[in-house]
Write a protein of this length. Sequence first.
Length: 398
Amino acid sequence: MRSRVVRASALLVVMLTVPVLGTAPVTADESTGATRLEAGRLTVEHQEDPLGIDVAAPRFGWVLSSDMPGARQSAYQVQVSSTPNRAGDVWDSGRVSSATSFDVTYAGADLRSRARYYWRVRVWDAGRRASAWSEGAWFETAFLDGDDFHGDWIGARAEPVTTSLQGASWIWHPQGNPADSAPAGTRYFRRTFDLPADAQVTAAHLQLTADDNFVLHVNGKQTTQSPQVNDSWRTAVDVDLTAGLRPGRNVIAIQATNAQPGPAGLVGKLHVETSGADPIDIVTDTAWQSSDLDATGWQQPDFDDSAWPAALVAAAYGSGPWGNQVTAATPPEPLLRKDFTAKKRIRSARAHIVGLGYYKLYLNGRRVGDHELDPAFTVYDKTGTTATPGRSRTTTSP
């Protein structure tokens, strides 16, 4: 059986465990006389049937109900079991005279990590009459000893976020002085270049922005566009074109729009690396052609742009009205994968995850859990959050 765990964000430590767990609820081995006071909605650490409890002495709670006005609890008894049918073999509180029905602390033998426990409770009313045992509930522990958690921190390779537009120029259609003011409207730009017939592109990255926005086509295919936000030109877009370029002729075609009268410009730099050859840098300059007409097929490599005039340089990058105000975009979230083979039939499995940042977990293409913005934000150099599908617990990192 092949399994795939897909997608996480930021840094993650993931540990998948496969304990053998029971499924049946606790069953009573005795009954008492009927009473109108009952205990229900059992919780551990304020959660019903929680996964991933990481405190050595968890707290129990329950909700009382009665059809008798003024009914109150005078005592309780909690039993914690290792299996559904061994009532109280882990801990039996005995009858405790108390009206407390929440944050009742476990006081039995040490619990095991990554184990499921079953529990139930009964209560006594003011007349010292015992209720029936509650419906059975359960909880699962995670790592009660921090040394039990094994795994390495993983994530995307750390790469500096910098602009790489040095040597490029802000260009526009040759009309007036676009660094000062250009009419609102869309302009079209093309740049043709050739790669050797035997070239094998190992890396190609384009950094690009436009005042006010742009749509990018590479070899006739729309590749990306600027975010539809105000002042999007202030953040350059990074595009990986490694798979989009090919030996021979290549064409970059850009549709740039000046949304309202004012400064207008397009600036970008393409860096191409090929095996066995020197890197190639292509910048926005007068080698680009420009048009103010949306001609049919203008994005395609075989389009004849010989009648298009050369683009006008409005300002060198770092000058003009734009200055040094362009910053690099935040890198996209990393996608992490791990293939593994299950050699035995799986009865149950748990994923325990610590993420320094939000994550989403997928198993064999299906989302695991339904939490968003998980785990909760913490001061990451002091505290990490361990999560299991459907539940989250906060633990102090080593």
